[in-house]
Ligand binder design. Structure first.
Ligand SMILES: [Zn+2]
Length: 135
C-alpha cells in the first residue's frame, strides 16, 4: 500500500462535520464555485476516518451529484468520475500539510489531510489553504 493512502474505518454512526472541518471544506469548495457542491457540503456527514491516525475523513452527502459534463470540465485529465481540490496549509509545528478534497461520481467523498503517515493535524490551528488547484 502506498504511504498516505487512507484505509477507512467506518464510524459506528455518521457524525456531523466539526466546525474546523467545515471551515476548511467551505474554503476549498468556494474555489470551485459550483453550487451543487456547496449544497452537498451543507448536508455532508462524516462516515469514516482513516485508520492510520491521520485526520483524513470520508464524507457522505445525499444531495444531487455534480453533472458529469461539469466534472469533466473541472477534472484535469478530463475524467467524468473524479476531480479533486488540492491545497497546501500549515499549522504550528506542521509546516506543510497537504489538503485534498476528492469528489467521486460527482459527490464529496473524502477530505485528505496529510502531514505524514499517522500524523493527526490540529484542524483548529490550520491556516487558510493556499495554492488551491482544481483538477
Ligand atoms: Zn491516514
Amino acid at each position: 500500500m502506498d504511504v498516505g493512502e487512507p484505509v477507512w474505518q467506518d464510524l459506528e454512526s455518521p457524525r456531523d462535520l466539526t466546525r474546523d472541518e467545515r471551515r476548511l471544506l467551505e474554503q476549498l469548495v468556494g474555489v470551485v464555485g459550483e453550487q451543487v457542491l456547496q449544497r452537498q457540503l451543507d448536508a455532508a456527514v462524516v462516515t469514516a476516518r482513516c485508520r492510520c491516525g491521520c485526520s483524513s475523513v470520508r464524507l457522505h452527502s445525499t444531495e444531487a451529484p455534480v453533472a458529469e459534463g461539469q466534472v469533466r470540465q473541472l477534472s484535469g485529465p478530463g475524467r467524468s468520475d473524479h476531480f479533486s481540490v488540492d491545497a497546501r496549509s500549515r499549522a504550528p509545528g506542521f509546516p506543510d500539510v497537504h489538503v485534498v478534497l476528492h469528489v467521486v461520481q460527482g459527490r464529496v467523498e473524502e477530505l485528505e489531510l496529510f502531514a505524514g503517515e499517522g500524523v493527526a493535524v490540529p484542524l483548529a490551528d490550520l491556516a487558510d489553504p493556499t495554492d488551491v488547484t482544481v483538477a
